[in-house]
Structures are given as structure tokens and as C-alpha cells.
Design a protein around this ligand. Structure first.
Ligand SMILES: Cc1cc2nc3c(=O)[nH]c(=O)nc-3n(C[C@H](O)[C@H](O)[C@H](O)COP(=O)(O)O)c2cc1C
Length: 197
């Protein structure tokens, strides 16, 4: 099976981000046929329509990374029952101009973690709503993690609890298969287009 690429977006800029730990764990659990590209989202200015036509390099690097990826994995913290501003800003840049929306038809997996009992469930609901409007194909199901105790995932991405390992393994495999199926579908469409041309 050929290799697919997933762009990894972590919605926290913190050095010891719990969501970055979760993202590393997902990368480790994913099959070898999936390669991850960690994409920087913290170096873009706030979206400003006046910058259209002369987009900052950080923005064009970001949108190019999303375009070339077969799929996206968004690992979101929960900030005041929504997603972080830095993640929303990245989504906004990617959505404009409308004819170049990088999210359209992109397979996207959503997960996240917080120390609270709801473990980002509400932020994920909001993110799902935002990505649906973009025309992304969001992996069905909800995978959130209440990050307790603080050793649940080590900084290197090792999961120390079997139950968490089980459902995160399931998420990683489902996302990989979802992205692979989508890439295969796109390849077959290109083939059938060239046959009928
Ligand atoms: C501005 C702000 C708002 C927050 N709001 C929530 C919230 O609504 N729900 C929640 O579970 N945790 C909330 N938290 C706590 C975060 O879940 C916690 O700081 C978490 O570690 C952030 O993710 P990170 O470790 O990846 O940076 C909030 C934290 C910040 C800084």
C-alpha cells in the first residue's frame, strides 16, 4: 500500500502542551503507511483581508502544507468551551479566498485533551461545526481524553493507561484508513477522467 501524508495541527503553542503529547501518541500508534507532517500554526499574523494579494510567507507555507497533505489531524485544546484562537486563525487563513479553500474535500480527524472531565468534547463539537462549513470530510465519532493523571501520556507520547491506549489506537487506525480510502478514491477518479478524455 502506498504512503499517505497527514498534516498534524496542534492547537496549543505551549512547550509542554498536553495536546502535543496526544498528537505524538497518535503518530506513534498510526500504521507505517501513514507519514505525519507537523505543520506550524503559531507564526501567522491574525487574519486580515488587507493582506490578501500579498500573503505572508508563513501563511503560504501553511496553506501549501495543507494542500499537499492527503488528510489532516487536528488536536485541539478547549479554551472557554471552544477551540484556541491560534487554531481558528489557521482555519480562517486556509478558508480564504473561497475558490482556494484548502479544507474543501479534505479528510480531517479531530481529537483533543484537557485535564477537565469533558476533555475537549465541547471544543470538538464547535470544531466539527466549523469544518463542516468548510466542506471538509470529518471522521465520524468523538474521541476526547480527560488528561488525568498528568502522567497519562509522557512528553514523548507514550501512553501509560491501557484503556486510553485502546481508544486512541482505534482513532489512529480509523483516521489512517479514512485518509487512505479518500486518497484511493481521488486516484481512481483521476484515472477514470483520463480514460474518458
Ligand atoms: C484561556 C483558557 C481557557 C480554558 N478553557 C477551558 C475549557 O473551557 N475547558 C477545559 O476543559 N479546559 C479549559 N482550559 C484548560 C486547558 O484545557 C488546559 O490549560 C490545557 O492544558 C490546555 O491544553 P495544552 O496543555 O495542550 O496547552 C482553558 C485554558 C485556558 C488557557
Amino acid at each position: 500500500m502506498s504512503q499517505t501524508t497527514i498534516a498534524m495541527l496542534v492547537g496549543s503553542l505551549r512547550e509542554d502542551s498536553l495536546n502535543a503529547r496526544l498528537a505524538r501518541a497518535i503518530e506513534k500508534l498510526s500504521p507505517e503507511t501513514t507519514a505525519f507532517e507537523w505543520v506550524e500554526i503559531g507564526d501567522m499574523p491574525f487574519y486580515n483581508g488587507d493582506l490578501e494579494g500579498q500573503r505572508p510567507e508563513s501563511v503560504t507555507a501553511f496553506t501549501a502544507a495543507i494542500k499537499r497533505a492527503d488528510g489532516v489531524c487536528m488536536v485541539t485544546p478547549e479554551y472557554n468551551r471552544s477551540i484556541s484562537a491560534v487554531l481558528k486563525n489557521a482555519i480562517d487563513w486556509g478558508s480564504k479566498p473561497m475558490e482556494n479553500n484548502v479544507w474543501r474535500d479534505k479528510p480531517v480527524g479531530i481529537t483533543g485533551t484537557s485535564p477537565g472531565a469533558l476533555g475537549t468534547a465541547l471544543a470538538q463539537q464547535h470544531l466539527r461545526q466549523i469544518m463542516a462549513i468548510q466542506g471538509a470530510h470529518v471522521l465520524p465519532g468523538e474521541v476526547y481524553l480527560s488528561f488525568q493523571p498528568d502522567t497519562l501520556i509522557t512528553p514523548a507520547g507514550e501512553i501509560t493507561q491501557d484503556s486510553a491506549k485502546g481508544f486512541l489506537d482505534d482513532f489512529a487506525r480509523r483516521l489512517a484508513a479514512y485518509v487512505e480510502n479518500h486518497a484511493a478514491f481521488l486516484a481512481s477518479r483521476v484515472e477514470s477522467d483520463s480514460v474518458s478524455a
